[in-house]
Design a protein around this ligand. Structure first.
Ligand SMILES: C[S@@+](CC[C@H](N)C(=O)[O-])C[C@H]1O[C@@H](n2cnc3c(N)ncnc32)[C@H](O)[C@@H]1O
Length: 281
């Protein structure tokens, strides 16, 4: 099952990353539009702001050796490496993304301090206690075993280091289970974006306790990031995007025509953008 899922994720990003970079640049994640989502700003700036707001929220002052779990084309890894004058390693399932990240690192003069590999976040080859910052921005939703994913992130974290996970979630289900209509909506999102399933933020928090993470904090930033999808929809109907789509794969086209699924998910309170951070003591 994982092999099929992993192949699908790999093909999805191999096929779509070039077009995404052309239209949106190097960051393959939501933007930040103020705590209540009302700030109007350039959308690429909003993506940088998301990184900065996460660092502020998680109180990251410095980092020396960073692991970017699910690194895309190195957007966060290179940004963080430059900001903190740190070493950074990025892992992705997509060889196309890893190659592009390496090229970008060279272009930015960061080739010697960064490293990009095709590797599975659930079975990493890094030694225990290797990194002082483990950063997983919008990759947790792809993981078939959320416990294994979090355990691996924790294992490679140095004592005193910080784990930050920002990921797509569904609403908490303590008071009411997901309805049939919500499950149907999620199933469509899973299919389009190659996700096995998502869980709620309280479930991530329970896993964080289970694996031994300390000083755990969580936050729901759905309001702050939801406007991003309207911007993506607008950009998808530009001529540049339409020409790009005509040259791209079927999965990229399906992704583009299904963009409304995420914004409707936020509108009905089903989709949530969850943050979690904590330390290894
Ligand atoms: C939405 S992209 C986010 C990219 C990047 N974090 C960013 O914000 O620009 C999701 C990334 O997770 C990676 N990914 C998904 N499942 C993975 C796994 N099991 N192991 C490693 N990377 C994975 C994908 O290859 C892709 O690079």
């Amino acid at each position: 099952m994982n092999e099929t899922l992993y192949k699908q994720i790999q093909r999805f990003y191999d096929a779509s990353s070039g077009l995404w970079e052309e239209i949106w640049g190097e960051h393959m994640h939501h933007g930040y539009y103020g705590a209540d989502g009302t700030q109007k700003k350039d959308h690429r700036q909003a993506q940088i702001d998301l990184i900065e707001e996460i660092l502020r929220w998680a109180d990251v002052q410095r980092a020396e050796n960073i692991l970017d779990v699910g690194c895309g084309i190195g957007g966060s890894s290179l940004y963080l490496a430059a900001k903190f004058h740190a070493r950074a390693t990025g892992i992705t399932l997509s060889p196309v993304q890893a190659k592009r990240a390496r090229e970008r690192a060279q272009q930015l003069g960061l080739g010697n301090t960064t490293n990009f590999e095709v590797a599975d976040a659930q079975a990493m080859s890094f030694a225990d206690n290797s990194f002082d910052l483990v950063w997983a921005l919008e990759s947790g939703e792809h993981m078939p075993d959320k416990v294994k994913f979090m355990q691996e992130c924790y294992r490679v974290l140095k004592p005193g280091g910080k784990l930050i996970v920002a990921t797509w979630c569904h609403r908490p289900i303590d008071n009411a289970p997901l309805t049939a209509s919500e499950q149907k909506h999620l199933a469509k999102i899973y299919q389009v974006y190659r996700l096995p399933y998502v869980i709620s933020l309280p479930e991530y928090e329970a896993i964080a306790h289970q694996i031994g993470l300390q000083n755990i904090r969580t936050a729901d930033w759905s309001k702050a990031v939801a406007p991003f999808w309207n911007a993506v929809i607008d950009s998808a109907i530009s001529w540049k995007a339409i020409f790009g789509l005509l040259r791209s794969s079927w999965s990229t086209i399906v992704g583009a025509v299904s963009l409304g699924l995420m914004s409707r998910g936020y509108e009905r309170g089903l989709i949530r953008f969850g943050l979690l951070c904590g330390n290894k003591l």
